[in-house]
Design a protein around this ligand. Structure first.
Ligand code: DC
Length: 227
């Protein structure tokens, strides 16, 4: 059967990665979580003291980019590819509130975006890929056969993210999570380089009132039409 490229974009915590993983598993496609790549660069910058909540040494981060190696390695125990930064598994470290608090500022840097977009396009050369992020249908794969744009109410997004952090045992309040999701959505949609935008040919899904299975079936129908 013909292999296609599936681009999933949308706001923070709209369940993009859940849907992308379901689709990739079902279709036998590669799944790439591009947010993990921006998070890993942010974690690198934090580890090296280039960024804190009120400081950002962009130039030094830009000069360090050639020394940052990002890889995805499939972990059969969890069923998806985990993020490695310079050979170290950082899957857990990149999901903290601290990284979430800094990542949108790192994602504004054009040099960071150029490096990651190049790597993402390389991953998708053979098609048969599901990639999620903010600029996949607009910048990374403007010719993707299927583009989905995901949205949900602010309350739904914050509640999902809060539940996820709780299951990981992180100490955060709902209000902190809500503020972080609002801030990230604002920066992601207002940045100069590759802002979060719905591609003109993307299909929008608001999943505030859909469960995982309902959403999966809707998208699977769209996939089957394209294939
Ligand atoms: O998908 P996520 O929440 O893990 O993404 C983390 C941040 O990375 C998000 O706030 C914006 C940025 N990002 C981006 O700018 N472009 C992408 N393709 C993916 C993520």
């Amino acid at each position: 059967m013909k292999k296609i490229t599936i681009a999933i974009d949308g706001f923070s915590s709209t369940g993009k990665s859940t849907l992308a993983k379901q689709l990739a598993n079902h279709l036998g496609y590669v799944y790439v979580d591009t947010g993990a790549m921006y998070r890993a660069i942010t974690f690198f910058a934090m580890q090296n003291g280039y960024i804190t909540s009120d400081y950002f040494d962009k130039e030094t981060l830009i000069n360090s980019l050639p020394f940052i190696k990002l890889q995805f390695k499939f972990n059969p125990n969890v069923g998806f590819a985990e993020m490695y930064l310079n050979g170290e598994n950082v899957e857990n470290q990149i999901r903290t509130m601290e990284v979430s608090g800094n990542v949108s500022r790192v994602a504004e840097v054009s040099e960071v975006r150029a490096k990651l977009v190049e790597q993402q396009q390389d991953f998708g050369k053979e098609k048969g890929i599901v990639m999620d992020g903010r600029d996949i249908g607009t910048v990374v794969f403007p010719n993707a056969e299927l583009k989905i744009f995901m949205n949900a109410s602010m309350e739904t997004k914050a509640q999902r993210r809060f539940d996820e952090l709780m299951t990981k045992g992180q100490e955060v309040t709902f209000d902190e999570v809500l503020k972080n999701v609002q801030e990230r959505d604002y920066i992601d949609t207002h940045r100069k380089d590759s802002p979060l935008l719905k591609a003109t040919d993307a299909i929008e899904i608001d999943n505030s009132n859909l469960n995982r299975e309902e959403q999966f079936q809707i998208v699977l129908d769209l996939v089957n039409q394209k294939m």
